[in-house]
Design a protein around this ligand. Structure first.
Ligand code: PLP
Length: 483
């Protein structure tokens, strides 16, 4: 009979070391398989079948649990950290970050306050300074370590909401929003879906917004922005974007900033991945004016290659940031002047000490390494786009300015036929399992999306993947009698 886990016997130091060693070895095997690993084959339904069993009544030895977990999950693990994954916007989980993350788990620090967990809090403070330096944002801004850009957007917009209301004499923290002066929320038509989630969570309303028309690559049109903010003196929150999810485009910040200032408003920028263009000298021009905003959201687990989950909420006005997020309780030590308490800048009290992985990866890559990586991804994206565009009947929809591009197949046959063909090519690429790409709707039409954002992707992977896409397209054209 198996002994119950974590009985005195299982707590034995040897067994606990064995479990950790076993996990490290399995993790290593997985990482080593990534280069050759085909993209996903198993379905959700199959994985439910693998995992579903009755609630365990008795325990199982830890080593067996870890073996079972690795074995059972394997077929359903998407090779997202591998070199030929171009779906959504997915960073590569850099090994140094993963290693620091293992230590983070092993150390078991609750990153709630700076007195109780001094190393975790100090590393966050230092990594926060490095981030501001790399992204060239105001060095006095405050940085909250959150799960991703979604929550970073919530934090930035929570600070915005409180501050624009405070300017008209309303305290949103204590009195809420019922009866508060209405706020104008101005947002581009091609903003990311999670911005609307943030507005939903904050009581600002997903639909209660003023939408600004955008151009063919998703940038807010300057004249439309001007119209949207003209003729009102209500409290204003404007939300702009650095890096549109399909095209990688940037809003015209230098046009937006003075108009928001003129209304004493707050400008928040969603730069989940695009903010990192600022860390790269060749691409900085794309972000012109962006540093004049009041708050920024970005991800650690996208371009910085941190393991999940990691994002940063950056706010120019630390007081507004803290006021919107602070938890007050007698048993929590308060921060002295000059001290940074991690929990004062994020919604959570207890949470993972995310600073360790951020510190480790920034230290491993350095400013030069980060700049080179960002530049390389953009040049790989252009290279893939060029290979695809050289084929007849394959169209790259956007100019490839960053790392994201979208593709359509057979536009000569009309919109509907091209939608169908594009969807079929995406399915075929996924079925061939050499690389992974997804699809999306863009301007009412179906497109293939390609995001080059993993440190693991080489030029060879990009070439093999472009060829795999072309091969899939030829298969579909032949099958549908179009070639
Ligand atoms: C990915 C992304 C988000 C959401 O970030 P999460 O890390 O998934 O929370 C928001 N905005 C943009 C532009 C993104 O690319």
């Amino acid at each position: 009979m198996r002994s119950a886990a974590f009985s005195t016997e299982a707590n034995d130091a040897n067994e606990s070391s064995a479990v950790l060693e076993r996990a490290a070895m399995l993790a290593l095997q997985y990482r080593q398989s990534l280069g050759a690993r085909p993209q996903l084959a198993a379905t959700y339904a199959q994985m439910i079948d693998v995992f579903r069993e009755a609630t365990p009544e008795t325990g199982t030895p830890g080593g067996d649990v870890i073996d079972d977990l690795a074995h059972m999950a394997d077929a359903g693990l998407q090779a997202m950290a591998g070199p030929r994954f171009f779906g959504w916007v997915i960073g590569g989980s850099h090994p140094v970050g993963v290693a620091a993350d293992w230590l983070t788990s092993a150390w078991g620090q609750n990153c709630g306050n700076h007195h109780g967990m001094p190393a975790a809090a100090a590393v966050e403070e230092v990594a926060a300074g490095w981030l501001l330096d790399l992204l060239d944002l105001p060095r006095s801004a405050s940085v909250g370590f959150v799960t991703g850009a979604t929550v970073a957007n919530v934090v930035g917009l929570a600070a915005a909401r409180s501050e624009v209301l405070r300017r008209v004499g309303w305290n949103a923290e204590t009195d809420g929003l019922f009866g508060a002066p209405p706020i104008d929320v101005v947002i581009g038509e091609d903003a990311h879906s999670t911005i609307f989630s943030a507005l939903q969570y904050l009581g600002l309303g997903r639909d209660r917004v003023i939408r600004v028309a955008s151009d063919e690559v998703g940038r807010m049109r300057p004249e439309s922005f001007q119209q949207a903010v003209a003729g009102s003196d209500r409290p204003l929150i404007a939300i702009a974007q650095a890096g549109q999810i399909n095209t990688g485009s940037f809003d015209p910040f230098s046009v937006i900033v003075p108009q928001v200032r003129a209304r004493h408003g707050w400008l928040h920028i969603d730069g989940a991945f695009g903010l990192w263009a600022r860390a790269c000298p060749e691409l900085r021009r794309l972000t012109h004016g962006l540093d004049e905003a009041d708050s920024w959201a970005t991800d650690g687990h996208k371009w910085l290659q941190l393991p999940y989950d990691s994002g940063f909420a950056i706010v120019r006005h630390p007081h507004a940031h803290k006021t919107a997020m602070s938890t007050l309780a007698s048993y929590l030590p308060s921060a002295e002047e000059g001290e940074r308490d991690p929990s004062h800048l994020v919604p959570e009290l207890s949470r993972r000490a995310r600073g360790f992985a951020a510190w480790a990866v920034i230290r491993a890559l350095g400013r030069e390494g980060i700049a080179a990586m960002v530049a390389r991804h953009c040049s790989i994206a252009r290279r893939m786009a060029d290979v695809l565009a050289a084929e007849p009947r394959i169209t790259i929809v956007n100019t490839v300015e960053l790392n994201q591009f979208i593709v359509r197949f057979g536009i000569e046959q009309g919109d509907e036929a091209s939608d169908m063909l594009t969807a079929h090519v995406i399915e075929q690429v996924q079925a061939d399992r050499i690389c992974f790409v997804g699809g999306a709707r863009w301007r009412e039409r179906w497109v293939m999306r390609i995001s080059v954002i993993s440190f693991a992707t080489t030029e060879r992977d990009a070439d093999a993947s472009a060829q795999a896409i072309i091969a899939a397209w030829r298969t579909i054209e032949q099958r549908e009698g179009l070639a």
